[in-house]
Design a protein around this ligand. Sequence first.
Ligand SMILES: Nc1ncnc2c1ncn2[C@@H]1O[C@H](COP(=O)(O)OP(=O)(O)OP(=O)(O)O)[C@@H](O)[C@H]1O
Length: 554
Amino acid sequence: CYISRPSSGPVPSPCPDGRTDSAYLLCRCPADLHACDSALSSGVRGGIFTLVFARINIRIRNMLFRSLLQQDIAFFDANHTGVRERESGTFYWDSCGRRLMRNVCVPPLAPSPHPPWLPHRHRYLLQNLAAQVQDVLAKANNLAEETISSMKTVRSFGTEETECREYCRRMQDVYTLNRKEAMAFSFFTCSGRVSDVQICILYYGGFLVIAKHMTPGNLISFIIYELQLGDCLENLGTVYTGLMQGTGAAEKIFQYMDQESCGTLNEGTLAPDMLKGEITFSNVSFAYPTRPHTQVLKVSSIHSPGEVTALVGPSGSGKSSCVHLMEHFYSPQAGEVLLDGLPLPKYQSQYLHSQVTLVGQEPVLFARPIHENIAYGLADCPVDMMVWAAKTANAHGFITELTDGYGTETGEKGAQLSGGQKQRVAIARALVRSPRILLLDEATSALDAESDHKIQQALCSIKENCTVLIVAHRLSTVKNADKIIVLQDGTVVEEGKHEELMRREGLYARLVHRQLLDIKSGGKRPLAEHLHRIASERAARSSGASEDLGIGID
Ligand SMILES: Nc1ncnc2c1ncn2[C@@H]1O[C@H](COP(=O)(O)OP(=O)(O)OP(=O)(O)O)[C@@H](O)[C@H]1O
């Protein structure tokens, strides 16, 4: 517009050379036409950009979430949950993308004002800084999430202040990096300004005006044009900086999206109508991916032929690890886990998990009504089926006593239910799917003896159609199992029925005797021993001060 406008005098009318381009039209009615065009185009542009970037944003988030859900369980062992913070990298793309699109539309008339080495160095620096910020932020976020979701533990240990200090420390780390980012940003933006170019234009333009090679009007028009162009270039600099920040943040996102699962997501195709429910461990050797050098299981054969099998053993002996392998959360380094004689990876993933259902040590309920928790993941679950599952899990009674019955909200992670109630809802959730194999990993540990007994009886009634594998410490839970497998340090040391194992007087018999002894002493024996030890230590330290203070073992 400025260039095509005559340098002085009124705008000729009509257009002398018959042009009707927008530049000339703008010269004719600069105020209203320009405003009209500008408002219209920026409105359309804003609308289109909003739509385009909302779509990109949603697409990236969907892809990221999908790829996260397809990762192996080992991935979640190794990575913190600060992913959401990292995900925010998409916002950089959003805002920078808009500005980039807006500013690249100016004609590239001026040479780049940046020294050639600068963009590369900056790109590296900014990407690096942004990636560091995302990592540190993720750590801070992780701490906040962990603390808030474990508020009872934090309160009971009185560690609120410690946690706050730790969070502040992590946020301080974020701030330190932010400061570096801000300095890099300022430096880059400042170095991108075109002040040197403006001085040259003024100097050379002035020279041309004095020499009458150019009119003052033309020079001013050119300077105004150049200012506008400079603005756009400056914006491009800002966009470039933002893009580099976004690239650093997006690196993690694309890394997650590109990450292939290590094979625990089944690509098999088997989905037979009938399963016998036989699980076999054949020469399995297993270490967790996060601790590849610590062998957790070395099992030459575990055979669970159906009915009820119990896995027992001291803490850390590998019982839950067996369950994890049966659910195909992890793959063994050597050997195979077979279902009905075929390796687990040969089965279709959805099929496998609909047939093999797990109730874990600390079952997690979702912040939804009870009926949605029971029917979790089932598109169409008949009410009578849900009630049957709840009755079998001995949950129907307490659910119907709640004011809203099956519609009662359970709160975040089931916080509005007791530990035992949560476990019973979780068992109902597993039963409602009519699994062929039910894995109960300490699934009734929070229940009183009577509730546990009722569930055991109910499980006996369904064992015709379902293989049940129980991991438990409580004698009453395992004693009636058709087969008991005893693990120690990741290997099977005994196998058989309760009476058989008791006669053998091995590890199982020792565990049972110890438990019976504890029951006789009402669970007080270990506590009394512990208190006695503490009192003796104190007495030794303060040479009789405990007597003065009246501290006694009783
Ligand atoms: N996700 C994991 N990553 C690394 N090591 C693990 C993981 N889970 C368990 N382990 C280790 O594997 C070993 C066996 O653990 P596992 O949970 O199978 O024992 P367990 O017999 O079920 O114990 P408990 O009776 O206390 O539940 C332990 O030494 C434990 O530290």
